[in-house]
Design a protein. Structure first.
Ligand SMILES: [Zn+2]
Length: 432
C-alpha cells in the first residue's frame, strides 16, 4: 500500500494539498475522512452516463473523486470509465505534478468525439452550423432563405449546407451525434412536426425527423425558433436564473419561456405566442392570423416596415427598419420606440403572471435595442406590480443572431449527452 504524505488543508469540506490541488479522499494517509464529500445525497443513476456528467461538469475528474461522489466501488468506477474511454467520450490527461507518490490521473471530456448539426430557420433568413460535443461552433453559415418554399425544398437546401459545413470543419456524416432544427412556428416537440404554422405553407404535420431519417443515423430534435433562442440565452448567460422570458421581435413577435431552467412549450407547443395578444385601440389593424389588433400586426417588423413604406421610406423587411433607425430617421426611431411601449404593455401582463428574473429582447428589430428597450422598460415597470419588477432585468440579447444556433446545439447536446442516453448507447454497443 502506498501511503501518501503531504501538507494538506481542509477548505469548505474539501481536501486540498498546499499547492491548491484538490486531493482524492485517500490522497493523504494523515487526513481523516471526516468532512470530505461523501456520496451525493441524491446521486440518482450511477451508470456511465452519470459518471460522464461529473467529468464534463468538472465535479469529479479522477477515478477516486468519482467513487467518492457516487458511492460506487472503485472497480465499478473503473468499468464505467473504461466504457466511456472505449467510446472516446473521455480521455486521460497527462499526470499532474505532485509532492510525492503517484498522482491521480485526471480525466477529461472529449469534445472532439463527434459533432452536432444545427439550423435556425427563420421566415426569410437562416443560420446553420456544425458544433463539437462541447458546443463550440466549428463552421457556420448564414443565408437568405424563404421558409415558404416548403419542407422538401428547404430541407434539401439544409442537407446540402450541412454536408458542406462538415467538409469545411474536416468532419464526416458518421460522427454526427444529433441534429437540431428551429422553425418559425409552433411545433409538436415530441414528434418534431410543425403544427398549423401560419407562415410555413406545406409544413403542417410534416415530419422533419422522418425526412432526415434516411440520410443521418442520429436523433433529430425540432423546436420553435424562439424556444431555441431562449435556451441559448439562458444556458450561455443566465444559467443561474431559474425563470426567463426571451422575446424575439423580428418579422413577427414570439416569446420563449424558461421555467426552472426548462423550456415550457405548453400542451400544443403554442406557449409564448404573444404576437397574437390583442392590443386595445388597434381594431383597425388586421393581422395575418385573421384577428384584429394583434401585437405583431401593430409592433412587429413587417408592420413597421409597411408603415414606413407607406410614409415614403424604402422599407420592405424588419432589417430595413433597423437600417433607418441607425441612419437617424426620426419617424423610424419614433415608431420603434412606440413598438417598444406596445410590447411593454403585453410584457407587463406576462411579468405579473409569470414573475421572471430576466426578459431578454432579441430578433432583428432588437438590434435597434436602445429605442426598443426604452419603450419596453418604460411601460413594463409602470404597469407591473412592484414586487414582480423589484429584481427584474430587461436586457438585449447578447448572442444576437447566433442565439438560435447556440440554443439548438444546446438542445441536442443536452439530449444526446444525458446520462440515460449515454447508458443506452453503451448498452447498445455491448449488445451489438
Ligand atoms: Zn394575429
Amino acid at each position: 500500500m502506498v501511503v501518501r504524505l503531504c501538507s494538506a488543508v481542509k477548505q469548505k469540506g474539501r481536501v486540498f494539498c498546499v499547492a491548491g490541488r484538490r486531493l482524492p479522499s485517500d490522497g493523504c494517509a494523515l487526513l481523516p475522512r471526516v468532512g470530505t464529500p461523501g456520496p451525493l445525497p441524491s446521486a440518482g443513476p450511477t451508470g456511465a452516463g452519470a459518471v460522464l456528467r461529473l467529468i464534463r461538469e468538472g465535479d469529479a475528474v479522477t477515478r477516486a473523486e468519482i467513487a467518492r461522489r457516487t458511492g460506487l466501488a472503485r472497480s465499478t468506477v473503473a468499468q464505467r470509465v473504461d466504457a466511456l474511454m472505449a467510446h472516446r467520450l473521455v480521455y486521460e490527461l497527462g499526470g499532474t505534478t505532485s509532492t510525492g507518490g503517484r498522482p491521480p490521473t485526471a480525466l477529461a471530456f472529449n469534445h472532439e468525439a463527434g459533432t452536432v448539426l444545427v439550423a435556425d430557420l427563420g421566415a426569410t433568413h437562416s443560420r446553420l452550423a456544425v458544433s463539437d460535443l462541447g458546443g463550440t461552433m466549428l463552421a457556420e453559415v448564414a443565408s437568405d432563405l424563404d421558409i415558404g418554399l416548403g419542407p422538401e425544398h428547404v430541407l434539401d437546401w439544409v442537407h446540402e449546407r450541412f454536408v458542406a459545413l462538415l467538409r469545411e470543419a474536416g468532419r464526416d456524416l458518421r460522427g454526427v451525434h444529433g441534429i437540431g432544427i428551429g422553425v418559425p412556428g409552433p411545433v409538436d416537440f415530441s414528434r418534431g412536426e410543425p403544427v398549423n404554422p401560419p407562415i410555413m405553407p406545406g409544413w403542417d404535420g410534416f415530419s422533419i425527423p422522418g425526412w432526415f431519417a434516411g440520410r443521418y443515423d442520429a436523433p433529430v430534435l425540432v423546436d420553435n425558433d424562439v424556444n431555441i433562442m431562449a435556451l441559448g440565452e439562458h444556458r450561455t448567460h443566465w444559467r443561474r436564473r431559474r425563470h426567463l422570458l426571451c422575446v424575439k421581435v423580428g418579422t413577427g413577435i414570439g416569446c420563449g419561456i424558461v421555467v426552472d431552467g426548462h423550456i415550457h412549450r405548453g400542451e400544443q407547443g403554442a406557449a409564448g405566442d404573444i404576437g397574437h395578444i390583442r392590443i386595445t385601440g388597434h381594431d383597425d389593424v388586421v393581422c395575418r392570423c385573421g384577428n384584429v389588433g394583434c401585437l405583431e400586426a401593430v409592433a412587429g417588423g413587417r408592420a413597421l416596415a409597411e408603415r414606413l413604406a407607406a410614409a415614403g421610406r424604402e422599407a420592405e423587411h424588419s432589417r430595413d427598419v433597423v437600417r433607418l433607425v441607425r441612419a437617424g430617421d426620426p419617424l423610424a426611431i419614433r415608431m420603434v420606440r412606440e413598438a417598444g411601449r406596445t410590447l411593454g404593455e403585453v410584457l407587463a401582463g406576462c411579468v405579473n403572471f409569470f414573475n421572471p428574473a430576466v426578459i431578454v429582447i432579441g430578433g432583428d428589430i432588437a438590434v435597434a435595442h436602445e429605442q426598443l428597450l426604452a419603450g419596453v422598460r418604460e411601460v413594463t415597470f409602470r404597469r407591473s406590480l412592484p414586487l414582480a419588477t423589484r429584481d427584474l432585468r430587461t436586457v438585449p440579447s447578447r448572442l444576437g443572431d447566433r442565439a438560435g444556433v447556440t440554443g439548438a446545439a444546446t438542445m441536442v447536446l443536452e439530449h444526446v449527452l444525458a446520462p440515460e442516453a449515454i447508458d443506452r448507447a453503451i448498452r447498445a454497443s455491448v449488445a451489438a
